[in-house]
Design a protein around this ligand. Structure first.
Ligand SMILES: NC(=O)c1ccc[n+]([C@@H]2O[C@H](COP(=O)([O-])OP(=O)(O)OC[C@H]3O[C@@H](n4cnc5c(N)ncnc54)[C@H](O)[C@@H]3O)[C@@H](O)[C@H]2O)c1
Length: 357
């Protein structure tokens, strides 16, 4: 199998810690790292040791004209995603852009069109869509294991403080733009990316636990005609949530984290049907009674092998390799990433935060 050549721009937690870590693995049989770019001299020095076979550069402009690059990974600061990706497309490169794709769906869509005009490929690194727990939930919904799902809660919560660039609106930080692409992506996925999927309600806050001016609390409800209500919360103010996603179905419930799940449902066939009473309930002794009973239920627990970071990254890169070499369809498209940005953009529009930086 012929390997494709990659250039990585940015050597931070993503460029070094996610893309770099995967591309160094033996299981990466698809890509060779040929160029590494970072504007920081310190990080370039580290990159020279990390990638002795690669050429290390200071600016993405130094990649222009090079004919031995099949894919450029844009892992720069979030507010550079659009301008750097645009430059790369203009210069004829296939690009894998980190999330968030951009600030507005409009600018994302304009890059999708530009890539089509230039005849290059444009991907967005929304690797969570390939995570085993997300695929499992899609299957539970599809097979109606807990009945028809009526409500979905997604919580990406913790209690903590931040003061890095990811807290700044001007750098496209904040929980919605930073973490949001994953849970909002899931939300749209659970809604089947329906055309009418929209933000029905939202609330965003910036609190003293965030040094910058963006949101460290974001809650929104998304829905579409005939679909469940999906509530998404990304909060740095919550110590006490023990699940990542919860589904409530017509006969039961499921909760999961990226690593495990538990579910419980009430099989209707194993529980004698009841007709509603129109008078009071009482015990055998004639005392007033609450409506309760011993139900026959089914419970199940299990765990997931792998996460968005290992399996997700591998499967997305594999998908990209097969897309470039064989034209295989992408499971996650730039258009889907643009829809996700559209949701985040709408929530910001509904909750204007004071701009302080
Ligand atoms: N998909 C994911 O799960 C995931 C996880 C982490 C980060 N990210 C995304 O990756 C991006 C980078 O985040 P990070 O945590 O790695 O940041 P970081 O602060 O750790 O590092 C960013 C690096 O990029 C370099 N850089 C920034 N702009 C540059 C430019 N124009 N040219 C050259 N070098 C440049 C900086 O010098 C720095 O070394 C962000 O957009 C973030 O949202 C995605």
């Amino acid at each position: 199998m012929k390997k494709l050549n990659v250039a990585i721009i940015g050597q931070g937690r993503s460029g070094k810690g996610i893309h770099g870590v995967f591309l160094k693995k033996e299981e990466n049989v698809w890509f060779d790292v040929k160029y590494v770019v970072d504007e920081s001299e310190k990080r370039r020095e580290i990159a020279k040791k990390e990638w002795p076979e690669a050429t290390v550069l200071a600016s993405h402009g130094e990649l222009y004209g090079k004919k031995d690059i099949d894919l450029v990974v844009n892992a720069t600061y979030s507010h550079y995603h659009i301008p750097v990706t645009r430059d790369l497309i203009e210069n004829g490169f296939n690009v894998l852009c980190e999330k968030p794709f951009g600030r507005t769906a409009y600018e994302c869509d304009s890059l999708i069109r530009l890539a089509e005009q230039k005849g290059v490929k444009l991907y967005v690194f929304q690797q969570s869509f390939y995570a085993p727990f997300y695929r499992f939930l899609l299957d539970v919904i599809e097979t109606k294991k807990i009945g028809d799902v009526v409500a979905i809660d997604i919580k990406y919560n913790k209690l903590g403080r931040r003061w890095d660039w990811q807290t700044l609106q001007c750098m496209l930080g904040g929980n919605a733009y930073n973490t949001g692409p994953h849970p909002f992506g899931f939300a749209l996925g659970f809604l089947g990316f329906a055309e009418d999927a929209h933000v029905a309600w939202s609330l965003m806050k910036n609190t003293p636990l965030f040094a910058g001016d963006s949101d460290n609390f974001c809650r929104a409800i998304l829905t579409a005609a005939g679909k469940p209500a999906v509530e998404i919360e990304i909060s740095d103010l919550d110590e006490y949530t023990d699940y990542t996603i919860k589904l409530q179905g017509s006969i039961g419930t499921l909760k999961c984290t990226p690593s495990s799940y538990a579910l419980k449902y009430v099989p209707l066939a194993d529980n004698e049907a009841r007709a509603p009473l129109m008078t009071y309930l009482e015990t055998e002794e004639g005392e007033p009674s609450y409506c309760k009973e011993q139900l026959t239920t089914v419970t199940e627990e299990g765990s997931f092998d792998g996460t968005a970071f290992d399996i997700g990254t591998r499967e997305l890169y594999k998908n990209i390799y097969e897309n470039i070499t064989e034209g295989k369809e992408m499971y996650v498209t730039a258009k889907m990433a643009s829809r996700i940005v559209g949701v985040i953009e709408a929530i910001h529009a509904q909750n204007p935060l004071a701009v302080r930086y």
